[in-house]
Design a protein around this ligand. Structure first.
Ligand SMILES: Cc1cc2nc3c(=O)[nH]c(=O)nc-3n(C[C@H](O)[C@H](O)[C@H](O)COP(=O)(O)OP(=O)(O)OC[C@H]3O[C@@H](n4cnc5c(N)ncnc54)[C@H](O)[C@@H]3O)c2cc1C
Length: 606
């Protein structure tokens, strides 16, 4: 699109504008707004009469964003008639589970269901059916491929002036689909990318007595794989960065503004514990550099208050940590003794009980990683320990001892594997966490942080986990909290994430998946299953909370995601930097003022 001539682009925009208007007219519009579009309490969506005209879009495209107005499309779009393209379709067929491939298409979300708008979908599975159509679904019809700060500023101004529903997207990993909504306008950050490593960084505006620190500054689109590689190459593996597990998540997107957990968390804490500076563009189009010396309030808010809320982040500067000597991969499998048999509910419960009794060993030894438990595989633990292989073997033996009875009963067989790696990313590249990195599927998740105090009553913990897991397709325990996160507790002075992180031992995740043709009702049942699982954990540990980026809908989201004290402060900061809620997303700060669609203000709030 960006290479098209101005005339062609204008024609295409006119044509597409008409087509979209016709589609919206025929279908009663994609909007789920409860108010008329002319009502000032609602955002203006594609296809509504208030939406910018083709001439306005053309002027914006040619004069303000250098021809970078784009028409995002669902992933399987090139596989459908009348826009079938053989090469592009083959690429989709071969790569639709690849997170890098999906991130490189403006309209693709990492989970296919977040491209679907109810039963308005564009599934790859039906592309060859001559009667099937590809529906735009939740994918924004228009967007900007940002390549400069000016592109970001102009897009923000355009969206504000036209009262558009603006969404920022880096990679599309959001677990509640908050990088898109039907009829919205997209600011796509994938092509805005810069990375810089410095050994002597001082935050802007801080005094000369501030000790210079080793850092990496990341802006826009780079994904973790690229960021880790730069740290490795530029520091000759002398430093590590506390970042995410999945190589395709953005290094400078939603991850860090959510809090950011890592398998190195049990040693180093959360990613936000290592942030020294952000740059962002706020809703008024102004660029800000914020840190502990400049606007410390907004700096605090951005460290856990949630992405898509305070502005568009254009860069984040992370402090690097001296590299540990050891990166030992430790796999522990407690699999069904009889190959191919499914474990019974009682046997699964026994595994959860044994896990609950033994997990203190991982916590005490700062073991990070992911533990999947289900009837098909039993227990599958893929862990990282920043200690020697000899230490890892001892720790694994202690943990596995808790399953001895189940082994003696002929229920489980235990096996272990240990491998030494030179770097964190080398461990990561050995693919230790297939269950955690699912792209191109249709599913939702939900998580709850489990407090350390739960280990005082392992029977209750085992029971609660088993019950929560019983009604869902899969269950994963994330050892990403623990001692390193608890030790950095400063009473919420420095970061705005839920204080539950500072009391947590691990994060428990429930997962339900469905198919391209599951009905709305079927999906609602799957999501209800997730909620039922979460409810068991909420009731068992009511004083805990939920990680912003991996939460399903929470009944009291302000308390669950931030705690009421943090939330009051976050609301005030939000009102200061974005008084008109240009940045608004589901279950984000201030979202209670908006209806469920996120398109219209609640009647009492305007
Ligand atoms: C497979 C997988 C693995 C994951 N692993 C981890 C993990 O190890 N640790 C962890 O903590 N989390 C993990 N997550 C959660 C992930 O960190 C969040 O979903 C995060 O928000 C993704 O950010 P993104 O920018 O890559 O994705 P996007 O979907 O593009 O963005 C997510 C949110 O951030 C907003 N946003 C993106 N860029 C910007 C920007 N520049 N300025 C303002 N807002 C922006 C979007 O509007 C959206 O609300 C994982 C998620 C998945 C799907």
């Amino acid at each position: 699109m960006t290479a098209a001539s101005a005339v062609t682009r204008l024609d295409l925009l006119r044509c597409l504008g008409m087509v979209v208007a016709l589609i919206l007219h025929a279908e009663g519009g994609h909007s789920t707004s409860s108010f008329d579009s002319s009502n000032s309490g609602c955002r203006c969506l594609t296809g509504q009469s208030c939406f910018p005209s083709a001439d306005e879009l053309s002027y914006f495209n040619n004069s303000l964003v250098g021809g970078r107005l784009i028409l995002p499309r669902p992933t399987a779009w090139p596989c459908y008639q009348p826009h079938f393209n053989a090469d592009s379709c083959t690429a989709v067929e071969n790569n639709f589970t690849d997170g890098f491939f999906r991130a490189s298409n403006a309209g693709s979300m990492q989970s296919w269901n977040f491209e679907d708008d109810g039963e308005k979908r564009c599934p790859l599975e039906t592309a060859k059916d001559s009667h099937a159509q590809c529906d735009q679904g939740r994918v924004p019809v228009y967007g900007v491929q940002a390549e400069s700060v000016s592109d970001i500023q102009e897009t923000i101004r355009f969206a504000a002036n036209h009262n558009l529903r603006l969404f920022v997207k880096s990679t599309g990993h959001d677990y509640l689909g908050r990088s898109a909504a039907p009829g919205s306008f997209l600011l796509w950050m994938h092509k805005y990318r810069h990375i810089n490593v410095s050994m002597s960084f001082v935050p802007t505006g801080c005094s000369s007595s501030y000790p210079p620190k080793p850092v990496i500054t990341v802006g826009g689109g780079p994904q973790w794989a690229e960021v880790y590689t730069r740290v490795s190459v530029d520091t000759n593996d002398k430093y590590v960065l506390v970042g995410g597990m999945c190589p395709t998540v953005g290094g400078a997107g939603g991850f860090v503004m959510s809090g950011g957990h890592s398998p190195m968390g049990p040693t180093f804490g959360l990613a936000v514990d290592h942030v020294l500076q952000f740059q962002l563009v706020t809703a008024d189009g102004k660029v800000h550099t914020i840190n502990e010396c400049q606007d410390p309030d907004l700096f605090w808010a951005m460290k856990g208050g949630g992405p898509g809320t305070f502005g568009v982040m254009t860069s984040v500067t992370y402090q690097l940590q001296p590299s540990p000597t050891f990166f030992t991969g430790m796999k522990i499998f407690a699999a069904p003794a009889l190959n191919g048999t499914l474990l019974t509910p009682q046997q699964i419960k026994d595994i959860f009980r044994a896990f609950a009794r033994q997990v203190h060993i991982f916590d005490e030894n700062r073991v990070g990683g992911y533990i999947e438990i289900n009837p098909l595989i039993g227990l599958d633990a893929r862990m990282l320990i920043l200690a020697s292989e000899a230490d890892a073997k001892q720790i694994a033996a202690g943990f596995a001892a808790g399953f001895a009875e189940l082994v003696q009963q002929g229920v489980l067989k235990i096996s272990t594997q240990f491998n030494s790696f030179d770097t964190f990313f080398a461990w990561k590249a050995s693919d230790p966490s297939p269950a955690v990195e699912i792209q191109g599927g249709r599913f939702e998740i939900g998580t709850r942080l489990i407090p350390l105090s739960a280990l005082d009553h392992p029977e209750k913990l085992g029971e609660a986990l088993a019950q929560a897991a019983a009604g869902v397709d899969d269950f994963i325990l994330y050892m990403v909290a623990g001692r390193g996160v608890r030790e950095r507790d400063d009473g919420g002075e420095k970061v705005s994430t839920t204080p539950a992180w500072r009391r947590a031992v691990f994060n428990a995740e429930v997962i339900n998946a469905w198919s391209f043709n599951t009905s709305d009702q079927g999906i609602a049942e799957k999501v209800a299953g997730i909620q039922a699982g979460l409810d068991i954990l909420r009731k068992a540990y009511p004083d805990s909370g939920t990680y912003f980026a991996e939460a399903n809908l929470e009944p009291d989201f302000q308390q669950a995601l931030w705690g009421k004290n943090n939330y009051e402060r976050l609301l005030k900061i939000k009102a200061r930097v974005d008084p008109d809620d240009l940045f608004m997303c589901k279950q984000c700060v201030g979202s209670e003022k908006w209806d469920a669609s996120g398109n219209c203000r609640q009647r009492h709030s305007y």
